[in-house]
Ligand binder design. Structure first.
Ligand code: HEM
Length: 493
């Protein structure tokens, strides 16, 4: 108690001066928040804070501060801020935003059990088959590469989670997942006004442009579809013995042995967690692979060097697979640099505190929102010289062997809430990048005369940083490459 009295006299971490009552309500950045956070960090330091309508928002700008608080004091810093918009959408089941409590804990156990490094190895044959399917789609219709990549990611996850084979980009589940990704990106303060002013949730639906109810209803419907349809598919398959192997099936079989409320509870957690996997996972990895295409257009010398390494290993006679990985250090380094250079979620998902805390003489009050500016950490020129240049060599030793960088996991968040799928992402990225490089040349788009058209790359600037549609040419490297794609696809079909 006496501690708390002393603490209450301590200042919050420093930050720009805000207006009375509303604080930084008007000045908190709406887009490219990581750029503003990095700029603020240079002025106010590794730990700083702002306020919006009395809500304290702490921003961590260094790996040390993020580790000290989000990891070492994970018991205090693993909660999520309550967001009225999410409540309106009925997304209490959505694991990335659930409070730090029993529901989260049970779900997290399930996620960790199924996505830990040793478990992920068994998904490789499925990842390889889906990658071969991606190659064939890129060969058949290169202009729609954005769609193929989104579909690829959905196919991976739906297969892993439900044993369901998504056939097309217009599959209903993909449409609702896109809707959820769009509505779900509102995790940062200042993006949806009703999160700051909860009273706004009472504005009736008939007041156009002001009510959040229609958007919340769309979010609710999308969420229900994500939860209901795929589970019904698995349960039907389970009953009539046609279900393919999947995380849903495996866990339903375990739950089947339970009784009463324990069974009901376990099934509700399972349904929520599996739906969260699909929705949390489809967008972020697809964005990373799309960014990889952008890199190939911008850095032809990287493409050449990577292809040379693959050709030496495969002799140009086959597609690479996971067993080649130890002999592809440049590809590994390239994948790491993709994660650093183009981050799918530059400031992750905000954490929140469950009790008052003191760090470096500053008070971090209970209920504070805590955002780790991972983008700033991975673009710090002292740790990553020339941070805006794409340089896989950063992750290679002088003898050319791959050197991992523990700081890079910041791209997946911190502490107890770190992305549980990071090993799965690592293995998807490795296989898609190496197979694409093996058979395709990717370059800038061409005009009718075959001249390069300069490409202007733009980002949406939202936290799931989205490269806005750009074009590129994707052509097989030679006839042999074409044959490899067709043969691999025949094996998948
Ligand atoms: C490039 C791909 C991905 C990136 C960059 C990424 C990044 C993140 C980040 C930054 C967080 C928040 C961590 C924190 O709070 O500190 C997170 C959480 C989460 N991610 Fe990922 N993720 C990716 C792919 C995936 C995939 C493929 C899945 C599902 C298979 C997935 C499932 C989840 C879940 C369920 C959470 C919530 C964890 C929790 O709150 O305990 N993610 N991810």
């Amino acid at each position: 108690f006496s501690h708390r009295r002393q603490w209450s006299r301590l200042p919050c971490p420093p930050g720009p001066r805000g207006l009375p009552i509303i604080g930084h309500f008007l000045t908190f950045p709406k887009n490219f928040v990581w750029l503003t956070f990095t700029e603020w960090g240079q002025k106010y330091g590794d730990i700083m804070s702002v306020k919006i309508l009395g809500q304290v928002i702490v921003i961590l700008n260094s790996p040390k501060a993020a580790k000290d608080l989000l990891e070492k004091r994970g018991n205090i810093y693993s909660d999520r801020h309550l967001m009225p918009f999410y409540q309106m959408m009925g997304w209490e089941w959505f694991h990335p935003t659930t409070p730090y409590g029993d529901y989260w804990r049970e779900g997290r156990k399930l996620l960790d059990r199924n996505l830990r490094a040793s478990a992920v190895a068994q998904y490789r044959p499925m990842q390889l088959a889906k990658t071969h399917d991606l190659l064939y789609r890129l060969l058949s219709d290169p202009g729609s590469f954005h769609h193929h990549i989104e579909l690829y990611q959905a196919r991976l996850l739906m297969s892993l989670v439900y044993g369901y084979d998504v056939k097309s980009y217009n599959d209903h589940l993909l449409v609702v997942a896109r809707k959820m990704a769009e509505l779900g990106s509102a995790v940062l303060p200042g993006t949806v006004l009703v999160n700051e002013i909860p009273l706004l949730k009472h504005i009736p639906a008939w007041i156009p442009g002001l009510s959040y109810k229609p958007a919340a209803q769309a979010g609710f419907d999308a969420g229900q579809d994500v939860l209901r349809y795929p589970m019904e598919y698995v349960k039907d398959g389970f009953k009539n013995g046609t279900a393919r192997s999947s995380l849903a099936l495996e866990n339903l079989q375990l739950i089947e042995k339970m009784q009463g409320p324990q069974k009901e509870n376990a099934e509700a957690i399972l349904t929520g967690v599996l739906g969260s996997m699909y929705t949390a996972g489809s967008d972020s990895t697809a964005l990373t692979i799309i960014a990889f295409f952008r890199i190939l257009v911008l850095y032809p010398e990287v493409q050449k060097r990577a292809q040379k390494e693959i050709d030496i290993v495969t002799g140009g006679l086959r597609l690479p697979d996971y067993t080649d990985r130890p002999r592809l250090p440049y590809i590994d380094a390239l994948c790491r640099e993709v994660m650093r250079w183009s981050m799918a979620t530059p400031v992750g998902v905000p954490h929140a505190t469950t009790q008052d805390d003191v760090y470096e003489g500053y008070l971090i009050p209970k209920g504070a929102i805590v955002i780790a500016n991972a983008w700033g950490m991975l673009h710090d020129p002292t740790a990553y010289p020339e941070p805006f240049s794409f340089k896989p060599d950063r992750f290679l030793d002088a003898d050319g062997s791959f050197r991992d960088d523990p700081l890079l996991t910041s791209a997946f968040g911190f502490g107890r809430r770190v992305c549980p799928a990071r090993h799965f992402v690592d293995s998807s990225l490795f296989i898609s990048v190496s197979c694409i490089l093996c058979v395709f040349h990717v370059g800038p788009p061409k005009d009718e005369l075959g001249h390069d058209i300069p490409v202007a790359f733009k980002d949406s600037g939202t936290n799931s940083s989205r490269p806005l549609g750009f074009r590129c040419t994707i052509v097989p490297r030679d006839d042999r490459a074409k044959e490899l794609i067709v043969t691999a696809n025949m094996a998948v079909a």
